[in-house]
Ligand binder design. Structure first.
Ligand SMILES: CC(C)(COP(=O)(O)OP(=O)(O)OC[C@H]1O[C@@H](n2cnc3c(N)ncnc32)[C@H](O)[C@@H]1OP(=O)(O)O)[C@@H](O)C(=O)NCCC(=O)NCCS
Length: 167
């Protein structure tokens, strides 16, 4: 039997991949345990990535796509696996997904982890500076308290000379 993750760090069998419809329940459980909003996630499971240890969901990151803007939400890692780079890998995977959809700016709201996201290139912005379509999301209008920090990452300047990059 393999070692427990808290004794061994991140499990070597850990994979990060697009979520399947059947992952919704386990992701909602993870959000509940992580004290993050669950509302609205079901509508975006098709643009969610999950980390799995074998078949068990141990991490998530979801994108709400609004044209060339997106909201990054539901970034959570099972408490026993935190501090092993899983959150970073999930976020990077969600950003890759955003790029593949032609997203130019990714926004988020966080109460708990502004420093984590700053390490990944996000900068704090005023709520008024958030793309209006994103501002109409459930997270902005009701799920996240008004004290939450708004942050933005521009994907626009990256590889702008690359003709293969989605418009
Ligand atoms: C925030 C969270 C997703 C980070 O996941 P994780 O797997 O522990 O993060 P990682 O191990 O990938 O950390 C990446 C870096 O960020 C740092 N970091 C991790 N969590 C941090 C936090 N809450 N605040 C500041 N820095 C943090 C790590 O030290 C690491 O730094 P390094 O690159 O210098 O080594 C996880 O703590 C979590 O699930 N928290 C509860 C839910 C939550 O608050 N989500 C964010 C709001 S959507």
């Amino acid at each position: 039997m393999r070692k427990s993750p808290d004794a061994a760090g991140a499990p070597t069998a850990l994979t990060i991949a697009p979520a399947a419809a059947a992952d919704l329940g386990p992701v909602l459980d993870l959000l509940r345990r992580s004290r993050l909003p669950e509302v609205g996630l079901a509508d975006h499971i098709g643009s969610t990535v999950v980390a799995k240890d074998r078949d068990r969901v141990v991490g998530s990151a979801a994108l709400e796509l609004y044209g060339t803007a997106a909201l990054l939400r539901s970034v959570a890692v099972d408490e026993r696996l935190r501090g092993n780079g899983v959150g970073r890998r999930l976020t990077e995977s969600a950003l890759d997904l955003a790029r593949s959809h032609g997203v130019r700016a990714v926004y988020l709201l966080t109460e708990t982890a502004p420093t984590f996201f700053a390490r990944l290139g996000f900068t704090r912005i005023e709520r008024d500076a958030v793309d209006p379509a994103v501002r109409q999301s459930v997270e902005f209008t009701s799920a996240c308290p008004s004290s939450a920090t708004a942050m933005r990452l521009s994907l626009e300047s990256e590889g702008s000379a690359d003709p293969a990059r989605p418009a």
